[in-house]
Design a protein around this ligand. Sequence first.
Ligand code: SF4
Length: 744
Amino acid sequence: MSNTHFRTCHLCETMCGIAVEYEGDQILSIKGDVYDVLSRGNICPKATGLQDVHTDPDRLRKPIKKINGEWLEISWKDAFQEVGSRLAEIQRRDGMNAVASYEGRSTAHNLGCLLMVDPLRRFMGTENIYTASTVDQQPHNFVWYFMLGHQFMATIPNLDRTDYYLMLGTNPKVTNGAQMATGANTYKKLQAIRKRGGKVLLIDPRRNETAPYCDEHHFIKPATDALLLIGLIKTVFAKGLATPGRLKNHITGWEKIEPAISEFDLEEIANATGIGAADIERIAIEFASAKSAICYGRTGLSMQEFGGLCNWLMQVLNVVTGNMDEPGGMMFPKTAIDTFSVLESVKGNYGRYHSRVSGRPEFADELPVSVLAEEIMTPGKGQIKGLIAIAGNPALAMPNGKLLEEALDQLEFMVSIDPYLNETSRHADIILPAVGPFEKSHYDLFYHTYDTINWAKYSPALFKPEAPGYTDYEIIAEVLRQVVVKRASNPLKKLFAQSLGWLLLKTITPELILDLGLRFGPYGKGLNPFKEGLSLKKLKENPHGVFISKLQRSLPEGLFTKDKKLHLAPEILLSDLPRLKQRWLSGEPEKPSEFDLLIVSRNTNRTLGWMHNSLRLVKGKETCTLLIHPDDASRRKIIDNTYVTVSSVTGSIEVLVKISDVMMPGVVSMPHLWGHTRPGTRLSVANAHPGASMNDITNEKVMDELTGNAVVNGVPVKVEASKDARVGDTTPAHENETIEEFIA
Ligand code: SF4
């Protein structure tokens, strides 16, 4: 007889509720949970792939060690001891910085990993901390830190109440939200805005899948979004439409904005961006005159040369039109577990130390992942010799992945905490796999900070793992315990480390932390048994989640700046404006180059990089394709559905081409995180649907100089018909169907 288990899909920040029908230890189906307080039954195809991860024979269940090039299973005890000894030995001999850690994107979706991020940083004591954030997220965090005082004080578009929605570099129809609509099927929210008389606009170098749900779409030249935003802000001031609204007495730097952008000319902006001056003026006036409005941008803005400026200017536009912390504008959730206040250490900091080789400043205790390879490969004091890689695949995710792979091979010791033998973990000495997705509990400790409503939900483990079976929390805790004990210089310190490890592992469970966090959070019941409020028990009694409220105004009290003011014009952001002007408006003509097209990345709704071993998600027509405008294709004698060579200063790849006028002329696009062509992985499904890695042609040396974020969008490339032009599939790809189409 079957049962139904309710939980949150942890694959992305959209946090959809899923209903998992199961019998014994078999999953029969995964559907949207219609009673989920956030998503109301909406899901995307990716959630169904969780079933494949659960049963995947390629998923590791036991630790494996590379011995003479062969992977052999070893016991957990031996694995932990060896990892501890090797890492401790490196740190004792070469200093704490000689061991680095890399935390992948899925760390943020994993309760155990998240709870261990802070202890990992404290106990490893290294400045060499790298995460996937510096590939796609850092500009957001950087701007929130300098403007609002906390790197995770996310501005959330209040879509349900807005009248005017201006999107840049984003595709919610496919990504299902990402900070804008936790709960999937964002396009329905866009439809609702238009239905109630509002307006929706999209600015993107590709007329992407969201465009049909918008009133207007405008092409924009990659990496010029900051200019467009300046054009909009200039117009708002020039037309006398700027207003701080309710926050009038709580903003600093207002007077600096107009002078700072005065040298940017609207006609020049129009020429550089490709959007006419009349359109820029009209959009600015409409935006500022709307009852409520939101300017929002995502990875198209953050994964580019001016990511920091883009994210700042976007917030400036919201503030100077009175749309910050207002219903229908940008708002802030109040999470049930107040991670912001509890962990002062995660608030953010900047420039306290720099990377050893190229002197890049840290932000929030992280160095740009683009410098990881040089930090491993450059000899000298502080050279990285050991690495702990957690839940990530930087070989495909970070610029110039091939160089990183060369670097990984030079490490003295590497441990991967990962369920797969993938393109990155194949370089490890030992892989420690955590239990499967349904064998551990889940709470979106981090992504509740992106909430579009105030709510909370806990997902218990559904199945018991095969013994012994460790969660990510337990694995990282034990690795830390082993390292600290083995690194200790005297018996007293060893004893302390042993006790601490015992405490972490035996008494301080994730559930205990969650219960305390909920009880002492803003909606908690504390320790009073008679008080109404949240506790873990309450969440367990409500498997579809607990709705608390719509988003409420929260400024200025909610600000984390010392003076409780919103800092509209931080010096560090103002000082980056000349770089933007010099890049696009210097008056000098662009030098001719063989790399005469710009490439941008795109997402597909079936896959995430770490879900490519799910057959139901990757089967069918090839989706890792290069899109090119018909004019660009014809000039290069490129034929639709053939393989082309895409080259940059970094390298070249072969990819199937699709000719389409959805692309802006001069711009091409392909999905990232593909390229399962490396030997020695254990990914039987992904290897059969390999695609090509966009990060084999991105350049680790080019980054947003302000935030250190990698540049994936706007990379100059050359596209040529391959010499032996193979023909690809000529039928349309499955790309980006709805969940209903996917199931059909
Ligand atoms: S949008 Fe898809 S992947 Fe993201 S949480 Fe919802 S179902 Fe999961």
